[in-house]
Design a protein around this ligand. Sequence first.
Ligand SMILES: NC(=O)c1ccc[n+]([C@@H]2O[C@H](COP(=O)([O-])OP(=O)(O)OC[C@H]3O[C@@H](n4cnc5c(N)ncnc54)[C@H](O)[C@@H]3O)[C@@H](O)[C@H]2O)c1
Length: 391
Amino acid sequence: MDLQRVFVKINLETVALTILEDIHMRKLKVGVIGCGNISSIYFQAGQKFEIFDIVACADLDLERAKACAEQFNIPKAYTTEELLGDEEIQLVINLTIPNSHADIHLRALEAGKHTYGEKPLAVELEDGRRILSLAKEKGLLVGSAPDTFLGGGIQTCRKLIDDGWIGEPIAATAFMMYHGPEKFHPNPDFLYQRGAGPMFDMGPYYLTALVNLMGPVRRVTGAARMTFEERMVRTEHQYGRKFPVETPTHITGILEFENGAIGTMITSFDVWGTCVPHIEIHGTTGSLIVPDPNHFGGSVYIKRQEFTDFVEVPLTHGFTENSRGLGVMDMAHAILHGGAHRANGELAYHVLEIMHGFHIASDEGRHYVVESSCHKPEPLPMNIPKNGLSG
Ligand SMILES: NC(=O)c1ccc[n+]([C@@H]2O[C@H](COP(=O)([O-])OP(=O)(O)OC[C@H]3O[C@@H](n4cnc5c(N)ncnc54)[C@H](O)[C@@H]3O)[C@@H](O)[C@H]2O)c1
């Protein structure tokens, strides 16, 4: 082969490879709105997962967006309007505060973009319904954190339950109690407003894990109280600044699952210390200790009827480190290849309704019948590579 023919052959191979890459390695173009505390892990997810690329970020405070763009090598720092007007962006990751979630989701959908947001889906149920119905009308997908239930810890628990290791699930407990996020969050005010508090802030992790393990909920009741009328910032920057509390800070709930199992739940920002476990699932032939649903990994323990004590179970699934963005990866795969994604809007709306249900039941002294339902998300495959499913 002479030199010219070698050159042509190499060039043709390069072109063929590029075409093949384009077919097999499609990437979704993503824009992030909200460049605060939680955003850095999502920017890292954009670098880790191959199936999506974060091409722009925006914030009410443009300087924050510019700083994130610089730090994480994001090509464009925008205002929200500019980001929503960028035709290249197919999916918006909404990392604003809860009171802005619905507005940004709805505007993203109106702009023809899929949308995935931090929890909760919205503050008000009516807004949650509007988001789901607009997405349906536009043929777009809605996704929502938490995606921690896709991590190795809870996926292992799901496999144990599905494979019958504890028999038929009959009861669950879920406890999230500490003295509030003001000791680590630099801007904690929003965490004590309507749409936050311990139930709306932390409840989504626990309830999403429970629905993933036990299925949907048909009825709840609850009791809620607000213990302290104001809180104080405890981080360095604004240490000592007091701010008002506008939402219940200790909520106890009882859940009746569609499968007949009964759950007991407490979320609290009022408690100084506790030794209770995060989540336990009890079945007809065994009990399961589920790791902290605010994390992706953790230890799983099982005690079957014939065991004398709990034994630790090796994790069956990966993604045990902080893998926020895993839900976006799964959603991007559904957008590019079709099929359902797991951290989806129906699940997030069902969780939102349960949380409202506890508060309504407490205010009105009654049971609350949950109108919505959802599919139990499919388990995640066990062998997904570290950089996620490909496009
Ligand atoms: N901080 C955490 O540890 C953590 C963990 C998990 C989930 N979350 C969730 O992530 C979300 C954001 O929390 P955070 O801690 O990053 O809050 P934050 O206050 O640190 O950041 C929110 C950012 O969104 C911007 N923003 C607010 N409204 C906006 C709007 N309408 N348009 C554009 N930008 C807007 C703010 O300027 C700010 O930069 C919340 O829903 C929270 O529940 C936070």
